[in-house]
Design a protein around this ligand. Sequence first.
Ligand code: ATP
Length: 296
Amino acid sequence: MMISLPACKQAQSLLNFPGGLNMDQFIPRRQKDKVVIVVGATGTGKSRLSIDLATRFNAEIVNSDKMQVYKGLNIVTNKVTEEECRGIPHHLLGTIDPDVDFTCGDFVHHASLAVESIMRKGRLPIIAGGSNSYIKALVNDDIEFQSKYECCFLWVDVSMAILHSFVSKRVDQMAEAGLVDEAREFFDIEANYTRGIKRAIGVPEMDEFFRNESIVDDETRARLLKVAIDKIKENTCKLACRQHQNILRLQNQLKWNMHRLDVTEAFLKRGVEADEAWERVVAGPSTGIVGCFLHD
Ligand code: ATP
């Protein structure tokens, strides 16, 4: 039965007594706009999943990795390449001055603007990245965002042992791709790595190497480089563990309804088989989940 709003209010005043009917259920509510949020530890495949989904749902992506928001360090922070983006527009990716501290408040402000602009184009916003403090600030602490949007959370998860070996190999690949030269641009003679992009894993760890590389023999240089690379691997694994714990906390303490997608199987395979497993255990099920969410 449809009840008009004035009739509904009148009925509410008549029935407004303690223990009476809860008339909230009769007042028509504006449907909230929908936003998809992809979380997961570093290296799990959040970017790939968000781009897969964006190609299937006419979406644009808002980055929520607190180091990838800055200009620079594309290799060190593992930003998606233009080719990997497959033409999907990305917001808040490599746009912020690397010297400023981009706070949770800044993220809430800029991400909200990006979401609104995506909505205005009639597209679906997908927020994706590893910085759970940014996501919590936006979804849990920002009343305005809560009042406007309904969120669907996708959690890309991989067995920690497998992820650690993957991220270690990824650091070796980064080193081959130019991590050292990229990090050298942010070497700080005063060893102050507390602001902006300098906090990125891959910069402070290289300090000792940069300080000594030109004054030591080749053998010492190689040893110092290995120590730095090993430290980057160790800190990246620690970051993955911390991010995993933070996601569990969001789920258990804040009761966020996360759709967990276990990507481990895809990580254990290679080539076509890995792509097939990715589609079967991650991209396919996520497409189903987002489809239901949008048509709900
Ligand atoms: P925290 O409160 O620990 O900062 P968070 O959820 O706000 O957690 P994370 O994304 O977990 O943010 O980042 C924590 C730290 O990990 C960053 O300050 C940075 O040192 C490092 N980090 C995060 N993302 C990257 C990245 N893409 N590349 C390099 N380092 C990163």
